[in-house]
Design a protein around this ligand. Structure first.
Ligand code: UDP
Length: 249
């Protein structure tokens, strides 16, 4: 993408994508074409000079709560969910490296032969060396979600914004697919999301982002070029936060 005259609004960001966003029209697993498209979106932002962290969910493969509802012990089921996020992280690493983006996967559950363990200072070093860092295995703890992992890692990495890449271009008053007249919000506070019980991210993630002063941007990851547009202050999105957008330093 040639945007030589425009500077991104942020220096370091964390992108959270759900596992389902990588499923495409399938009912399970990954659609390699979608993984490649999302990798291309990340590459465009990386090329703008933005340091990119990525957290990917695992809902396209396994959700702990589904296992628990079928009689599994919740903690074991959640560990399976965390393993699913590692598979997605490896798929994204592969897609990024195929298009020439240097990438590291760090997992909250040690799995030395396939990826690095999560080490905060090392992750920061990777970012400084212009590598995209994918954080896998969520928080490493059962009873949490990858939304919370995203807010946690964004806080630890000193990210200026947490981006939630979804199928729609922001937060709506109702599901826009079912209600074409639903209103899209452009700005709201973390408190609004919590008190109105809007299903943007889970409450633990929203609270953590709020406590650490991290705005959340909800945007469509499926619209080509949109991630880079949002980084440059364009595109359609909803921003959740109390402070104005930071300028890049
Ligand atoms: N998970 C967990 N702890 C974490 C993150 C994830 O136990 O810190 C498990 C949990 O079972 C969850 C699954 O991993 O259902 C997949 O993550 P998530 O549901 O957040 O994925 P997404 O909905 O974003 O695809």
């Amino acid at each position: 993408m040639s945007t030589p005259d425009r500077k991104p609004l942020y220096r370091r960001v964390l992108l959270k994508i759900s596992g389902e966003a990588l499923m495409g029209a399938r009912e399970f697993g990954l659609d390699p074409a979608i993984v490649s498209r999302v990798a291309e979106e990340i590459k465009q932002v990386h090329e703008l000079g933005v340091e990119c962290c990525v957290v990917i969910g695992g809902g396209n493969i396994f959700r702990g709560i589904a296992g628990a509802s079928q009689g599994m012990q919740r903690a074991s089921a959640d560990y399976m969910g965390m393993l699913a996020t590692i598979m997605n992280a490896l798929a994204m690493q592969n897609a990024l490296e195929q298009i020439g983006v240097d990438t590291r996967v760090q997992s909250a559950i040690s799995m030395q032969s396939i990826c690095e363990p999560y080490i905060r200072r090392r992750a920061i070093r990777h970012l400084e060396k212009r590598r995209v860092v994918i954080f896998a295995a969520g928080t490493g703890n059962p009873f949490f979600t990858t939304d919370t992992a995203a807010a946690l890692r964004a806080s630890e990495m000193g990210c200026q914004v947490l981006l939630k890449g979804t199928k729609v271009d922001g937060v709506y008053s109702a599901d826009p697919k079912l209600h074409p007249d639903a209103e899209r919000y452009t700005h709201m506070t973390h408190h609004d999301v919590l008190t109105r019980d809007l299903k943007v991210m889970d409450a633990a993630a929203i609270s953590l982002a709020r406590e650490n002063g991290i705005p959340i941007v909800v945007f469509s990851i499926h619209k080509p070029g949109n991630f880079a547009q949002v980084m440059l202050g364009g595109g359609k999105y909803t921003i959740i936060g109390d402070r104005p957008i930071l300028a890049a330093s």
